[in-house]
Design a protein around this ligand. Structure first.
Ligand code: C5P
Length: 220
């Protein structure tokens, strides 16, 4: 049977990852955090000491990039080689480097192919895939396509609660510059044709999950 595919895009701090994971858990679906794959590759490039602005050098690393991205929403793990990098890929130095590698076309192509393979081979009845270009590039034919947004103010506030090691201003500044850099590569600030927007500005976590599940059940 072909698995049901749910595509969810949105900017940083929209709550995409936690909401998508919770929705996948409730539906008994697999979960794929594509940002984690970009982060794992950025972590790998940093560990090799590669110049992030050198697209050829970054592309050259793809051949050696040996990694594993889990798809179980209840036991989420990311590995590079035999290193568990699940926590390390959230470090500020990785966040600061990830947009540079994400704009390299060969990197996007490589990871897009990986994501499609994972979605095709999934053993559960469906998969929730979240990122920036899932509704438009990775899975434009997905059964349900959602853009999860929130006001900039709400996104900044949520993210700075998560990151206690940096000041709210630093977090906000980094979020803004990352969204700006990423927007030049893929469009995720407005919904593409046929994509349903869920605005979580005035919703709490549970309400946002309910709103997302509503869209999914209407579409599938
Ligand atoms: O979602 P998250 O913030 O973890 O994503 C990390 C980075 O990975 C983004 O800032 C972006 O540069 C890149 N990314 C992407 N396309 C995706 C998912 C993430 O370019 N589908």
């Amino acid at each position: 049977d072909v698995p049901i595919v749910v595509a969810i895009d949105g900017p940083a701090g929209s709550g995409k990852s936690s909401v998508s994971k919770a929705a996948a858990h409730r539906l008994g679906y697999a979960f794929l955090d594509t940002g984690a794959a970009y982060r794992a590759f950025a972590w790998f490039a940093l560990s090799r000491g590669v110049d992030m602005s050198d697209a050829d050098a970054v592309t050259g690393l793809l051949a050696d990039f040996d990694y594993y991205i889990g798809t179980d929403p209840d036991d989420y793990v990311v590995q590079v080689g035999d290193m568990n990098v699940t926590d390390a890929i959230r470090e500020p130095r990785v966040t600061a480097a990830v947009s540079s590698i994400a704009k390299v076309p060969a990197v996007r192509e490589h990871l897009t192919n990986l994501f499609r393979r994972i979605a095709r081979d999934v053993l559960k009845p469906g998969i929730v895939i979240e990122g920036r270009d899932i509704t438009t590039v990775v899975a434009p034919g997905a059964d349900a396509r959602i853009l999860l947004t929130a006001s900039e103010e709400a996104r900044m506030a949520r993210r700075s609660l998560e990151i206690s090691t940096q000041s709210a201003e630093t977090v906000a500044e980094q979020l803004r510059s990352r969204d700006l850099a990423d927007s030049k590569v893929v469009e995720f600030m407005s919904a593409a044709d046929g994509v349903t927007t869920v605005d979580s500005t005035h919703l709490d976590f549970e309400q946002t999950i309910d709103a997302v599940i509503d869209v999914i059940t209407t579409r599938t």
